[in-house]
Ligand binder design. Sequence first.
Ligand code: SF4
Ligand code: SF4
Length: 97
Amino acid sequence: MALYITDECINCDVCEPECPNDAIYPGAEIYEIEAALCTECIGHYETPQCVEICPVECILVDPQHPESHAQLLDKYHALSAPQPASAPTTTTVISSV
Ligand code: SF4
Ligand code: SF4
């Protein structure tokens, strides 16, 4: 499952840089987790890094996003795959003699 941050968050900022998937961002009032990007750190670490570092233990498993270990691993592989370039990548090489 993805994780979510409860309203006990004190906006201490320490979890955001720890996330290997850039899933954590400052929301309107507290930090939030983009469920589509959270793999519970599977593929990167043994344990969820945000949970490890949060000083007030306000990061919990989100029952609204049930995912098995295999699904989280698939998500990790999808997120790790090379992303298509957003701009044309054709390079014209002009050779001079
Ligand atoms: S569990 Fe891992 S991937 Fe998910 S939000 Fe926390 S640090 Fe990011
Ligand atoms: S580490 Fe915990 S308290 Fe700090 S910003 Fe993240 S969720 Fe909030």
